[in-house]
Design a protein around this ligand. Structure first.
Ligand code: ADP
Ligand code: MG
Length: 300
């Protein structure tokens, strides 16, 4: 069976607000998928429903073709959530041993150390005395303890320093190379681009785009054709063409936004616009992302 996660027409409403609105996707074995979107886009709600921590208002989630809370499913998933809570009174190595004992085929403590960067000092520390960084390493180790097939992280790198981040993404790569299926959420385009094979771009509780990082980047960066033209020249003939998503004049130049710059060049000649000094540009990725996710200060 190749489909590890299936989300079918899932909606989650809180009072009158739809946090997730009729979302569907499926994830195959071995994929590394980023759920990318700004704060409030519905990432945590979606992940919580995948994990069976929240029940969809409508629609259905299936993991390994079973419901999320079934025992055979629990044994195959590992997760690290935004809120880190740890058991008081036990040392890190005791917590790890305890959690490992719940699983049929846990990773060894040595393997967990190698993957997460837990130190001998960490292992001896009592849970209530852990620093933020130590807590993170512990929760990472707990996520991996059962040697899960499916690993889910909600904004895993928030609050991590650069060294920990690097180490974290290296481990994710190692796990991906072992054939694990990995889902993580992030609000950083760069992180999704670097670490994922596939991006599900969330906006306002829905999927705005789904594709490889290259496809997502191409779909969100606006291309434009700009040129100089005699100010008296009417551009009205261009307006009727649907390939043009926007057209405006700025500093003696005319700018056309489009998905198809080749077609615009054809049109300029076909309609005898008399365009000079033609330039083709691709918009900046970060700007496009901010615009798409509604975090920009101003529209161009
Ligand atoms: N328990 C809740 N009660 C009411 N509203 C919620 C609850 N959880 C999330 N929301 C709302 O649902 C939307 C999506 O939230 P969330 O899934 O946490 O987004 P993200 O993780 O992408 O930042 C937000 O508008 C948030 O305020
Ligand atoms: Mg969140």
């Amino acid at each position: 069976m190749n489909e590890i996660v299936t989300v079918n027409n899932v909606t989650k409403s809180f009072q009158h607000k739809k946090a997730v609105d009729d979302v569907s996707f499926s994830i195959s074995k071995g994929e590394v998928v980023a759920i990318l979107g700004p704060n409030g886009a519905g990432k945590t709600t979606t992940i919580s429903m995948i994990l069976g921590l929240l029940k969809p208002t409508s629609g259905e989630v299936r993991l390994f073709n079973l419901l999320p809370h079934e025992k055979q499913v629990r044994e195959k998933i590992g997760t690290m959530l935004q809120e880190v809570s740890v058991m008081q009174g036990l040392k890190v190595n005791e917590i790890l041993e305890l959690i490992r004992s719940y699983y049929p085929q846990p990773l060894s403590i040595q393997e967990l150390i190698a993957l997460t960067g837990l130190t001998p000092q960490d292992l001896k520390t009592r849970a209530e005395k852990l620093s933020g960084g130590q807590k993170r390493r512990l929760s990472f180790a707990l996520a991996l303890a059962g040697n899960p097939e499916l690993i889910i992280f909600d904004e895993p790198t928030v609050g991590m320093d650069i060294t920990s981040r690097k180490r974290f993404w290296q481990t994710v790569r190692t796990l991906a190379d072992q054939g694990k299926t990995i889902i993580f959420s992030t609000h950083y385009l760069q992180e999704a681009d670097d670490a994922a094979d596939r991006i599900l771009l969330f906006k306002d509780g829905a999927i705005a785009a789904d594709g490889t990082p290259a496809q997502i980047k191409a779909s969100i960066t606006k291309q434009s054709v700009s040129f100089v033209v005699d100010p008296e020249k009417s551009l009205e003939k261009l307006y009727q063409h649907s390939e043009i998503t926007d057209i405006f004049r700025k500093n003696n130049r005319v700018y056309i936004h489009t998905d198809n710059t080749d077609r615009i060049l054809e049109l300029l000649f076909q309609e005898r616009i008399g365009a000079r000094d033609i330039q083709i540009e691709r918009g900046k990725l970060e700007e496009a992302f901010e615009q798409l996710t509604g975090e920009s200060k101003e529209a161009i």
